[in-house]
Design a protein around this ligand. Structure first.
Ligand code: NAP
Length: 492
């Protein structure tokens, strides 16, 4: 079928309704909201404007489905998750096209995200079989301590627009693998991918009520998720500002919290770095998703002895970027998500240049207009500029100078955030020393792409609580029970 100027094969991926208790539902009010392609401002579909009542129903459905799902063996749940994984891959091209249409990222990147998103479903399908426990020798004779990991209960999930598939699978797959049931609220800007995942969950025979998706009013849906005592886990990915509000709203019902929040990642180029490699990794790290990722380098620190060479190499690479509609041939920089994002980028550049920074590449809105912005390289940055403190979330690479290792580590750690940090060096001692001193949950040494399903992803400080992916990803959805068994060693 024709869709947003492209074509997709599986019409089921565009249900145009929320998914509650195994049924496709509109909003009680009948209200919908348009989903807009950021590349051209055209509507590509609509999604129900649901609120608290629909969310309560989804939570009730998830609570009703919990005992049956939790009672399945890990092996049985693994089989269902493997089928979901297979269907996601089978529909990968359609999913990627839906993603580019609603989010704007280049089609090649959207394909990459589908593979990456699917990898979490595969990984946690495998982990479902390993969600065991241990027997600890008791401290008194003839006793045994049994430690088991049990499904935490109904898990509510709130996800952002920048990775419309992966941010959902990274949460839902471990939750379902552990035996939890899920209610997902995707970002209002990118709900179509979430609903497509629900259609595939239905096809995979994930039982009704185990995976639910509600779209609409974030305050009402989020309010119900936080207040409802049946929800035992709230997993949120998004800004630190909203994460703090949700954490406070969950306090009265003392939920388990998993928070993947904002970042302010530094990328340090030491004097002993391989500068070609540094520029290449900086490009991967900075310009994926047009700079709109939580782990994008936000601040580049180049040692004064290599600064000019690094800037020259980075500028050369940046000039080869092709900006345009994500469906365009060879395009590797799509539009920003909306006009507010463009304004934020503009404000960061104006603040920096007003305080003395120099524009080396770009600096302006792109001639394509709308939400397109030129990849921008700024030099002569100072620590009192806006870009030092806030996530720019756009295609801007600000470069700062530094003189010593001790100085740069202190400066990059001087932020409330602590998600990712990167540095380039050829010195093993420095690699060990600096990675130990960085206040971050994730460190990339000579590597700009750090996320994969087998490694624990998450932040420290105001970048979050908990980890996604890896073995640790299951911990967010399990509770530990300790059972003391007496009189088990001798007959009475
Ligand atoms: P956001 O404004 O915090 O929104 C994230 C999600 O929260 C959306 O679904 C949004 O719904 C919802 N939301 C907003 N206000 C809410 C409220 N009062 N109650 C309940 N839900 C609410 O963040 P964003 O702009 O979408 O995403 C960008 C941010 O996410 C950046 O800070 C980025 O660093 C962070 N992020 C972090 C990670 C990570 O793994 N650490 C990954 C990706 C992104 P609506 O769409 O309806 O507003």
């Amino acid at each position: 079928m024709e869709f947003a100027g492209t074509s997709i094969k599986n019409e089921r991926l565009l249900p145009g309704a929320g998914f509650v208790g195994g049924e496709w539902r509109g909003a009680d009010s009948g209200g919908t909201v348009a989903v807009v392609n950021p590349a051209n401002g055209e509507s590509v579909g609509k999604t129900p404007m649901m609120g608290d009542a629909e969310t309560r129903r989804a939570i009730d459905a998830a609570a009703a489905a919990l005992s049956g799902w939790r009672a399945q063996t890990g092996k049985e749940r693994a089989a269902v998750l493997r089928e979901w994984h297979r269907l996601i891959l089978e529909n990968a091209e359609d999913l990627a096209r839906i993603m580019t249409a609603e989010q704007g990222k280049p089609l090649a990147e959207a394909r990459g995200e589908i593979a990456y998103g699917a990898s979490f479903v595969e990984w946690f399908a495998e982990e479902a079989k390993r969600c065991g426990g241990e027997i600890v020798p008791g401290v008194r004779r003839n006793t045994q301590i049994r430690v088991t990991r049990e499904a935490a209960g109904v898990a509510a999930m709130i996800t952002p627009w920048n990775f419309p598939v992966a941010m959902i699978t990274r949460k839902a797959a471990p939750a379902l693998a552990a035996g939890c049931t899920a209610v997902v609220k995707p970002a209002l800007l990118t709900p179509l991918c979430a609903l497509a995942l629900a259609a595939l969950a239905e096809d995979a025979k994930i039982p009704p009520g185990v995976f639910n998706v509600v779209t609409g009013d974030s305050a009402k849906i989020g309010g119900e998720m936080c207040a409802n005592p049946a929800v035992r886990v709230l997993s949120f990915t998004g800004s630190t500002e909203v994460g703090k509000k949700l954490a406070a709203a969950c306090a009265p019902t003392v939920k388990k919290l998993a928070l993947e929040l904002g970042g302010n990642a530094p990328f340090i180029v030491f004097p002993d770095a391989d500068l070609d490699l540094a520029a290449q990794q900086a490009m991967l790290c900075k310009f994926r998703n047009s700079g709109q990722t939580c782990v994008c380098a936000n601040r580049f620190y180049a040692h004064e002895s290599v600064r000019d060479s690094f800037v020259e190499k980075l500028a050369r690479e940046m000039r080869s970027l092709k900006v345009g509609d994500g469906f365009g041939e060879g395009v590797n920089q799509g539009p920003l998500i909306n006009k507010e994002a463009v304004e934020k980028v503009r404000a960061h550049i104006a603040d920096a240049t007003g305080k003395g920074a120099k524009v080396v590449v770009g600096g302006e809105a792109h001639e394509l207009g709308g939400c397109f912005f030129q990849p921008t390289l700024l030099c002569g940055m100072r620590d009192d500029m806006l870009a030092t403190r806030e996530e720019v979330f756009g295609p801007v690479a600000p470069v700062y100078d530094f003189q010593s290792e001790e100085e740069v580590v202190a400066r990059v750690n001087d932020t409330p955030y602590g998600l990712a940090a990167y540095f380039c060096t050829e010195d093993l001692g420095r690699a060990m020393r600096v990675s130990a001193s960085l206040e971050a949950g994730i460190v990339g040494v000579n590597e700009g792409i750090i996320s994969c399903e087998v490694a624990p992803f998450g932040g420290v400080k105001e970048s979050g609580i908990g980890r996604e992916g890896a073995r640790e990803g299951m911990d967010e959805y399990t509770e530990i029970k300790y059972t003391l068994i007496g009189y088990c060693g001798e007959a009475r």
